[in-house]
Design a protein around this ligand. Structure first.
Ligand code: ATP
Length: 240
């Protein structure tokens, strides 16, 4: 089975919860096989943006496309089938199931060999196949969550604060797995609080401020003022 290569694009997206509008005209593209880092203050809407991309939050306006297909109206299951894989903050694993059963949940039919790829990325999971996921260490649970991305044949992986609360050695292993996915042609949209870490991983960065992309550009050219403004909430030209 071949992997889809396609850009994920959000165009003019407005979204929120009830009367609270969190995203106010967000446009952002993850080109095929590229890593885009998403930065911004707590509560600015990074998770909401990923949830719109994964069809867990329906935009009030704007479009989401994957390659040439308008996927705005696809539900979460169909969006995932079309090649968008979310690794949510808080992991989203099934704690009462074994590691093997968690992995099998995302395995495409006829793609048993992908299980080996996931275990190659995280050998510790291979040694814990029969253990209940809820009894794994925090780092192992995060590895299991990331392993899903090797199984669902994604065009784009959306990674939400994967390094939160993890030891540096585990973070390195998880970032190595993200690079491995990227080497296979997968595009990534990565939310990360540690600026230096994402600058090193990403091809390009976007800074979210006041519900909009206040700055985007090559990772090596991050506009630190735009980032600071996001944290201070003062960027006048991004105010609605
Ligand atoms: P963090 O870095 O803290 O995870 P974030 O940038 O990912 O923050 P979001 O989680 O997208 O931000 O939240 C954006 C805003 O939407 C916040 O004000 C938050 O309180 C609010 N929000 C998030 N989820 C919900 C929800 N299910 N219902 C109502 N409001 C929500």
């Amino acid at each position: 089975m071949s992997r889809v290569r396609a850009a994920l694009a959000l165009a003019g997206v407005h979204a929120g919860y009830g009367r609270t509008e969190v995203l106010r005209g967000v446009s952002l593209t993850v080109p095929p096989g590229k890593i885009v880092g998403l930065l911004g203050a707590n509560g600015v809407g990074k998770t909401t943006l990923l949830r719109v991309a994964a069809a867990l939050v329906r935009p009030a306006a704007g479009e989401v496309s994957l390659g040439t297909a308008d996927v705005t109206r696809l539900g979460a299951h169909q969006r995932a089938r079309s090649g968008v894989c979310l690794i949510p903050e808080g992991r989203g694993i099934f704690r009462s199931l074994s590691v093997r059963d968690n992995l099998r949940m995302f395995l495409r039919s006829g793609a048993e060999a992908d299980l080996g790829t996931a275990v190659d990325a995280f050998p510790v999971l291979g040694r814990r196949m029969h253990q209940r996921a809820g009894t794994l260490s925090g780092g192992e649970q995060q590895m299991l969550a990331v392993a899903k991305a090797f199984l669902c044949r994604p065009a784009v992986v959306l990674a939400d604060e994967l390094s939160l609360g993890l030891a540096p050695k585990v973070i390195e292993e998880i970032y190595a797995a993200l690079r491995l996915l990227n080497d296979q042609g997968v595009g990534l949209l990565v939310v990360e609080q540690y600026v230096q870490r994402i600058v090193e991983l990403a091809d390009s960065l976007a800074v979210l401020s006041k519900g909009q992309v206040a700055w985007s550009g090559p990772a090596g050219e991050l506009d630190e003022q735009a980032l600071l403004d996001s944290y201070l909430g003062t960027r006048a030209d991004s105010a609605g």
